[in-house]
Design a binder for this molecule. Sequence first.
Ligand SMILES: *[C@@H]1O[C@H](CO)[C@@H](O)[C@H](O)[C@H]1NC(C)=O
Ligand SMILES: *[C@@H]1O[C@H](CO)[C@@H](O)[C@H](O)[C@H]1NC(C)=O
Ligand SMILES: *[C@@H]1O[C@H](CO)[C@@H](O)[C@H](O)[C@H]1NC(C)=O
Ligand SMILES: *[C@@H]1O[C@H](CO)[C@@H](O)[C@H](O)[C@H]1NC(C)=O
Ligand SMILES: *[C@@H]1O[C@H](CO)[C@@H](O)[C@H](O)[C@H]1NC(C)=O
Ligand SMILES: *[C@@H]1O[C@H](CO)[C@@H](O)[C@H](O)[C@H]1NC(C)=O
Ligand SMILES: *[C@@H]1O[C@H](CO)[C@@H](O)[C@H](O)[C@H]1NC(C)=O
Ligand SMILES: *[C@@H]1O[C@H](CO)[C@@H](O)[C@H](O)[C@H]1NC(C)=O
Ligand SMILES: *[C@@H]1O[C@H](CO)[C@@H](O)[C@H](O)[C@H]1NC(C)=O
Ligand SMILES: *[C@@H]1O[C@H](CO)[C@@H](O)[C@H](O)[C@H]1NC(C)=O
Ligand SMILES: *[C@@H]1O[C@H](CO)[C@@H](O)[C@H](O)[C@H]1NC(C)=O
Ligand SMILES: *[C@@H]1O[C@H](CO)[C@@H](O)[C@H](O)[C@H]1NC(C)=O
Length: 418
Amino acid sequence: MVSSSSCRRGLLLAAVLLGFLQASSTFEVRDKTGKICILANFSAEFTVDYSTKAKVERKTFQLPSSAHINKESSSCGKEKETSQVLVVEFGTGNSLTFTFEKSNDFYHVSNLTFSYNLSDSSFFPNSSGGQREVSRAGDIQANINTTYRCRSNHRVNMTNVTVLFSNVTLEAYLPNNAFSKNDSVCAEDKTSTVAPPITTHIPTTTSLAPPTPPPTDTPKIGRYNVTGLHGICLLATMGLQVNVTYSTKNKTSKSELLNLPPTAEVSGTCENSSITLNLTSESTSLSFQFSQNTSTEKYFLQGIIVTANLPPEATEKNISYSNHTLNALKTSVGKSYKCIAEESIWISGKAAVNIFNIQLQAFKIPGDKFGAVEECQLDENNMLIPIIVGAALAGLVLIVLIAYLIGRKRSHAGYQTI
Ligand SMILES: *[C@@H]1O[C@H](CO)[C@@H](O)[C@H](O)[C@H]1NC(C)=O
Ligand SMILES: *[C@@H]1O[C@H](CO)[C@@H](O)[C@H](O)[C@H]1NC(C)=O
Ligand SMILES: *[C@@H]1O[C@H](CO)[C@@H](O)[C@H](O)[C@H]1NC(C)=O
Ligand SMILES: *[C@@H]1O[C@H](CO)[C@@H](O)[C@H](O)[C@H]1NC(C)=O
Ligand SMILES: *[C@@H]1O[C@H](CO)[C@@H](O)[C@H](O)[C@H]1NC(C)=O
Ligand SMILES: *[C@@H]1O[C@H](CO)[C@@H](O)[C@H](O)[C@H]1NC(C)=O
Ligand SMILES: *[C@@H]1O[C@H](CO)[C@@H](O)[C@H](O)[C@H]1NC(C)=O
Ligand SMILES: *[C@@H]1O[C@H](CO)[C@@H](O)[C@H](O)[C@H]1NC(C)=O
Ligand SMILES: *[C@@H]1O[C@H](CO)[C@@H](O)[C@H](O)[C@H]1NC(C)=O
Ligand SMILES: *[C@@H]1O[C@H](CO)[C@@H](O)[C@H](O)[C@H]1NC(C)=O
Ligand SMILES: *[C@@H]1O[C@H](CO)[C@@H](O)[C@H](O)[C@H]1NC(C)=O
Ligand SMILES: *[C@@H]1O[C@H](CO)[C@@H](O)[C@H](O)[C@H]1NC(C)=O
């Protein structure tokens, strides 16, 4: 007979082994001749929002140790194609696809796609089912003939899905069937591993170098309006920040936050179905285009053009990104959009506009002032917390009061018997 403790020990051993297997499993993609072109190992944590009959559920799970490579879909680059593809599968019908592309001297993940099967109840219990696919232009980048390493957490946000990578070691366009000896370490790791020696080392002349600039604080709130033939067609107060990701001269990728000063020059146009708001500062300009949907009586932010000068370490002097298929800040005509929480609007994989403390109204603006407010989802969610805390506190007060009353009654009775 097997005792329950030895059984437990067995399970523990299995768990440890499984953990060990997970930590050391490396995915490899080979071409027809057996030559390896991609090697990768990493941890990934998925957070997925999906609907059940009752509500929207949020599920977080790790890439399981049973995850394996899909040999048919992975590729070292078919005829004439230079892209290489790594497809990692798990469960039934869930997969993570990395598409790599290379230029003269670096390679990068040009597209990260997560395809998931909501009918796979082991990951998505009680889901109403269906196959979903989300993707992002990736930002992992490294020199050719070097191994990309990133121990720090690297978050990739997609619609309804967040993938949190960590302990990433990968290389595509492998020259010699194995990881290259030289590394491209991600910027996140550099800041966390370079920092300690500075504090422990005896100060040298290099410590006189200017300190790294402090993290950019939130932008100041600006007040903007656009006036047309028929008066004001756009009124806004908001703080604006551009988050741009660029490659540096040493081939690593870096993000910079550029605040738009509230003194930015304002221009724009008012048309029946379209409004533009241009804000121009010395180093950054933003052009917003709002549209109106007459059938639903809603207006929304449809397009953004961002242009910005980059720091000298960037490979390019300036950038210009645009997206004309947005559907943001959607509001009923005649009302104003309000959001205290920070909102990020992604323009491309390389640029986002962060909006702070916005109130905005476009098209119909009776009396040239903000109409009734439509609160953003983020603020509505935040409002829930104080309500819940308040309710809990009220409950607690009630319990204490009842306990006090009961206690008083008891002690009263006690005195009487003496
Ligand atoms: C990935 O593989 C490399 C090289 O074999 C190894 O050094 C590293 O520990 C592995 N990492 C994980 C998370 O398995
Ligand atoms: C995101 O989730 C919501 C709620 O489950 C669903 O209605 C929507 O279609 C999903 N979007 C995508 C792109 O999967
Ligand atoms: C999705 O999961 C269901 C239930 O496990 C399975 O029957 C179906 O074949 C899966 N779909 C795909 C595309 O694998
Ligand atoms: C990524 O690739 C998928 C599949 O080819 C495609 O549908 C999707 O639009 C691409 N996403 C991006 C951000 O390029
Ligand atoms: C990468 O290594 C291969 C083989 O060692 C070499 O042929 C190639 O020129 C190298 N590429 C770069 C960009 O250094
Ligand atoms: C992803 O979303 C989280 C929470 O919503 C946020 O804190 C984080 O900054 C986002 N990351 C990116 C790369 O947008
Ligand atoms: C990453 O690797 C370190 C060291 O091997 C380990 O302590 C840590 O738990 C790993 N993180 C994840 C998320 O796997
Ligand atoms: C519109 O902007 C102009 C110039 O900044 C300012 O003088 C005017 O008061 C603004 N109008 C409103 C209604 O805010
Ligand atoms: C800026 O963008 C980078 C890269 O997408 C992201 O990691 C970072 O969290 C963003 N920062 C802010 C404050 O939005
Ligand atoms: C790029 O190189 C410069 C000088 O060579 C160095 O100071 C800097 O830390 C490097 N940046 C990154 C992100 O590696
Ligand atoms: C606004 O900026 C866009 C893009 O830079 C430009 O095409 C347009 O002419 C500008 N409009 C006004 C009114 O300044
Ligand atoms: C523009 O934004 C939409 C909505 O966020 C996104 O689906 C689309 O991929 C973006 N287009 C480009 C070119 O990045």
